[in-house]
Design a binder for this molecule. Sequence first.
Ligand SMILES: Cc1cc2nc3c(=O)[nH]c(=O)nc-3n(C[C@H](O)[C@H](O)[C@H](O)COP(=O)(O)OP(=O)(O)OC[C@H]3O[C@@H](n4cnc5c(N)ncnc54)[C@H](O)[C@@H]3O)c2cc1C
Length: 480
Amino acid sequence: MAKGSLGIGRHLIAWAVLYLAVALAPLFVVLVGDRPPHRGFWIEFGVALGFVSLAMMAMQSVLTARFSTVSTAIGQDNLLQFHRQAGIVAYALVVGHPVVLILAEWDNWAFLDPRANLLRAAALWFALVAFPVLILSSLWRQQLKLPYEWWRLGHGVVAVLLVVVGLVHITRVAYYLASPWKLGLWLLLGVASIGCVVWVRVVSPWRAGRSPYRVEGVRPLADRTWSVTLEPTSDDPSDVIRFRPGQFAFVTLAESPYSLEQHPFSIASGAETHDRLEFAVRELGDFTGRIGTVAPGTRAFVDGPYGAMTLSSDAAGLFAVAGGIGITPIASMIRTIADAGLRMPVVLVYANNTPEDIAFAAELDRLALDLGDDLVVVHVLNRPPDGWDGPTGFVTAELLTGLLPDADRDRWQYVLCGPPPMMEAAENALLDHGVPLARIDSERFDIGAAAATGRRHANVRRLVVAIGAVLLAASVVFAL
Ligand SMILES: Cc1cc2nc3c(=O)[nH]c(=O)nc-3n(C[C@H](O)[C@H](O)[C@H](O)COP(=O)(O)OP(=O)(O)OC[C@H]3O[C@@H](n4cnc5c(N)ncnc54)[C@H](O)[C@@H]3O)c2cc1C
């Protein structure tokens, strides 16, 4: 994926431009053809805020629709970050809509007055209250201890209701939508928005259900860590999904692909292994805590592959920093390099608490022997046993600096996967030593933490804020 100095990739920039065009479209459409009389700056400004915020709300589901090609080009992490920030900006604009209209003309309060029209007021109050609940329950999901599956279901239902309420609202007010084609465009946006939810909840599971897998085996890999191997139920090896090393998939272990319990795991097998998929799963909560007891033969469904953190085979070398179970996408990359016979030097810094936590330990030793100088593995232990002579504690800038390549530093690929503080520290150390952000790829296993960390994520947040500012400015121009 080509990335500029912001490290967010031209695909994401292209997406942002498209996003802006769709969000601005309602204002342009209103200006085409017959226009009702202008009602003064503040009224028109308030109306414009309503239009652009509804368009943003409708596009929220497009961002999380898990279209594999989009996810591969832009990165699921970046899309989620965009979605999160766009939700906050859209809410600010949504609130601006009634506030500006009421301040401009007190009579507009009637829209929110149940005595004037109970159903209309209830729907609008629902939108004003449900939207912040949607945002706060997402930002504080872990602190509120909301079970992920139920939070995800509720989030989807409320989001769809908000879009429906918004569409009904503008069609009932209908000040600027007298022509059927203008109304038709809004309905198209609404259908596309809800269609994306149907895609994720109905079409994707249905597609996964057409090529089911079964659990071939579950084996211990390290302390509280299991290797889970899936094979297709058919005899056709082409039923195994093709992926790029580093990508992940959503795995369901159930009789039906429509089960709510669907978890993302990086694919640990090498991309040259075509007859099965291996995942490495560390016990963390309800689902992963039971993974060691899953019986061979259990039905499984795989939705993927997703993710943009993939091996660049044209890089001069691979510099990987893994923490704990963050080794899985990197294991896939190293296995692919070895299986495909790619002549590519690899440096792996692998941090764990104890030797018992090291996943793929024996295999990494064997690969280091096979690949010779082309694979350097440096284990870092936080709680080393007596007699350990390797690095201890956390992964530090000094440690990474000593291992960085002397030549062609700009042409290497750097991948980071592990606990967010480790990734943050490693990213800062690499940037401080002149590694361009565009050469650093990372994947966060903790969706919540992904919101707060990383230089690239900060740039994605700035991009969305800039989009919000453009929409605000466009609303002013529209009102003038
Ligand atoms: C892109 C990606 C790749 C991952 N790869 C691996 C891997 O290779 N090996 C591994 O052990 N773990 C991986 N994880 C983490 C793994 O998905 C979670 O540990 C697992 O879903 C936790 O489920 P639980 O019910 O056991 O724990 P819970 O206690 O229910 O959840 C713990 C936390 O995990 C996250 N989570 C839970 N369920 C889901 C879900 N369905 N979808 C997304 N996030 C969820 C939530 O942030 C939640 O707060 C990956 C996560 C992501 C996002």
